[in-house]
Design a protein around this ligand. Sequence first.
Ligand SMILES: Cc1cc2nc3c(=O)[nH]c(=O)nc-3n(C[C@H](O)[C@H](O)[C@H](O)COP(=O)(O)OP(=O)(O)OC[C@H]3O[C@@H](n4cnc5c(N)ncnc54)[C@H](O)[C@@H]3O)c2cc1C
Length: 430
Amino acid sequence: MTGLSIAVVGAGTAGLASAILLARLGFRVRVLERVANLQPVGAGVLLQPSGLAALRELGLLAECTGLGAPVGRLYGTTACDGRVILDTRYDDWQVGTFGLGIHRAVLMTSLLDAAKQAGVQIETGVAISRFSQSAHSVELFVSDGRGGEQPYGECCALILADGVRSTLRGQMRVKQRVQPYPWGALWNIQPTPAGMQTTDLRQWYRGCREMFGVMPTGSTHLQRDQRLSSLFWSLPTAQFAAWREAGLDAWKNRVMQLTGGVAEPFLQAIESPAQLSFAAYADVRMQRWHDGRVLAIGDCAHAMSPQLGQGANMALIDAAALARALRPQRAAEVIDWERVFGSYTAMRRQHLGYYRQASRLLTPLFQSNSRVLAVLRDSALYLARHNRLGRYHAATTLVGARTGWLFGAYEEAALCAWRGTREVREALPE
Ligand SMILES: Cc1cc2nc3c(=O)[nH]c(=O)nc-3n(C[C@H](O)[C@H](O)[C@H](O)COP(=O)(O)OP(=O)(O)OC[C@H]3O[C@@H](n4cnc5c(N)ncnc54)[C@H](O)[C@@H]3O)c2cc1C
């Protein structure tokens, strides 16, 4: 057991998952979260086998799979003629594996409970405004409400897990770039209508400019017998105000046309535009993720578009990798943080590099006004779908198991997945 203290800014997936694993290694961990009342918001998320392997390491696999919904494939067709565009199956990676559609509240409740059990000190309503590091420690500051700031304690190392809109990342002496995507998504969670349970994450497209998706999302701790689905609708950020003005019926008509009426039962309970929330996203690039005693993880370090469904997944893997980098130091009285964080960066570089590139490249194929890209996408996916290697490449990308375009597999995922899958199967509700 070490007495060294680590502060984590942000109680999202990345912050809580790392706090749990670091506390279990014997570090004194404080999580500082600016939101006073932690109420998980957001759409359902799809967790991949690689992220499920990290959940397993956290000891939360059974709880999450007991409530989540298995997703066996991503299946997308065109609006006009029902042509298949996307058909990526988890079986093409390893037979019997799948992703897990899960309500964000389930993931966050499980992480929060586990963090408390691990002895993590969680302080809410604390917005860290600045940090300052010396040779021996990192000092934290909060605003004093009068235009100045006041100290908010010291720690040996600081983990920035404060999300894509981090105000602290810029204080790291690391070259970085944040580029907002021009498109975002409207989302909503609905009870799954009777007879519409499926293990497909279903999408419908009109070129690259219209997309509607339905993802099985399972149930929540509070309502275990109600199965839910997450709905997604692509929208350019600049058109959000116009979308609201146009009214709900105009939108419902477009969804009905796009899906050939299939979406109707999902739309019935939506009575006002306010029921749909808009999420904008950005691409975050950092030359490295550490600076002395400070490390950035999760969306703060490498936010990407949700097109590949990897953000929360990568946040969980970041936490597992950080614990792995720190494990040999668990009994040390003094830690060379630069070195430990450097070894974390080395562990994560290729894996995250591939997914950042892939999500940047693929996003305009599903969210843009380009007709050329639509033709390119449809042809490339057709070719990929009709040969074994293409299907394998698509599936390994989906499950979060690639570290390069041609070669490279994220071994951890491959090694853990079959074990994870067996446990997932056992934990699944009948
Ligand atoms: C529409 C949409 C769909 C998505 N679908 C998927 C999916 O299917 N699969 C998937 O894996 N990922 C998905 N993602 C991505 C995923 O949601 C994110 O990658 C993930 O939530 C990032 O977690 P995080 O912990 O890094 O950041 P966050 O969850 O953003 O947490 C950051 C926390 O830091 C706090 N904070 C910020 N600043 C401060 C401060 N100064 N002081 C104290 N606290 C602070 C915030 O309040 C917040 O609680 C989706 C994202 C969107 C927008």
